[in-house]
Design a protein around this ligand. Structure first.
Ligand code: 5GP
Length: 237
């Protein structure tokens, strides 16, 4: 597989075309950003950990019947994926209140959410990823009603699979963000699932094991990601 031109550079990943039109290479960088790229730091090993962690999670999701773009790991910090027509929307499921939900609604941090709640955000850094609803998606034509229904169903299906996976390894899946794209007429999971885009707490101590360690200046960011990987049995070296 030949890596060709850089197609897109995100805040933590770069996307490259390949010699096959329907495949892309994702390069997971060590860059770690917050506030829509306002603060960026290099965290040694993070690209490698997230690439391998993501491949592991995507494999678990595929095994549970959630179609993903992941094809295979290509090296320490690169993966081969199917090229999707990305839908510019972030899908968030929350099992426990934290982050922007707490700021917006004034509910207690750490409150169990029963049933879990769901939110859509528009992927737009300039607008700080504003929250949107099904009607905005329909009015502005970002996705069809059927695609909206599929994104919700798939995001909740991922919740069933991953809540159990993390619980079995002594962790609480607090919330997470997913992105989907179109592939041969189907809506399938794209982007990544890593501690950069979810909240994970130790089930006993509720210690944070995710990107909130960076956002809140707690330190030990990559160490926490490696701890999560180790608990799940993800092979890193
Ligand atoms: P919140 O809305 O509380 O900031 O985020 C909810 C969940 O979605 C968190 O797990 C957070 O990491 C993830 N998330 C929301 N927006 C983004 C984003 O733009 N990038 C990444 N990597 N994760 C996000």
């Amino acid at each position: 597989m030949e890596k060709k031109a850089e197609l897109y550079k995100g805040k933590a990943k770069s996307v490259y075309t390949t010699d096959e039109d329907d495949k892309l290479i994702l390069h997971f960088r060590n860059d770690t950003s917050m506030n829509d790229g306002e603060r960026i730091e290099q965290l040694e090993r993070k690209g490698m950990v997230n690439n391998k962690f993501n491949a592991f999670i995507m494999g678990k999701l595929e095994a549970a019947g959630v179609e993903t773009h992941q094809i295979q790991l290509l090296g320490d910090d690169e993966s081969l994926v199917k090229k999707l027509d990305m839908i510019p929307i972030e899908c968030v499921v929350r099992n426990i209140a934290s982050g922007s939900l707490v700021r917006r609604l004034g509910v207690p941090d750490g409150m169990d959410l029963n049933p879990p709640t769901f939110e859509f955000f528009l992927k737009n850094d300039d607008l700080h990823d504003p929250m949107i609803n099904d009607y905005h998606i329909r009015t502005f034509g970002w996705a069809s009603d059927e695609e909206v229904a599929q994104m919700k169903a798939l995001t909740f299906k991922v919740n069933e699979v991953l809540k159990r996976l993390f619980a079995d390894a002594g962790m609480l899946l607090v919330d997470y963000k997913l992105e989907f794209g179109r592939y041969q007429g189907r809506v399938i999971l794209g982007d990544e699932f890593s501690p950069d885009g979810c909240r994970l707490w130790d089930a006993d101590t509720r210690n944070k094991l995710d990107k909130d360690r960076f956002r809140q200046g707690l330190g030990g960011v990559v160490e926490a990601y490696e701890e999560v990987a180790h608990r799940l049995g993800v092979k890193l070296d």
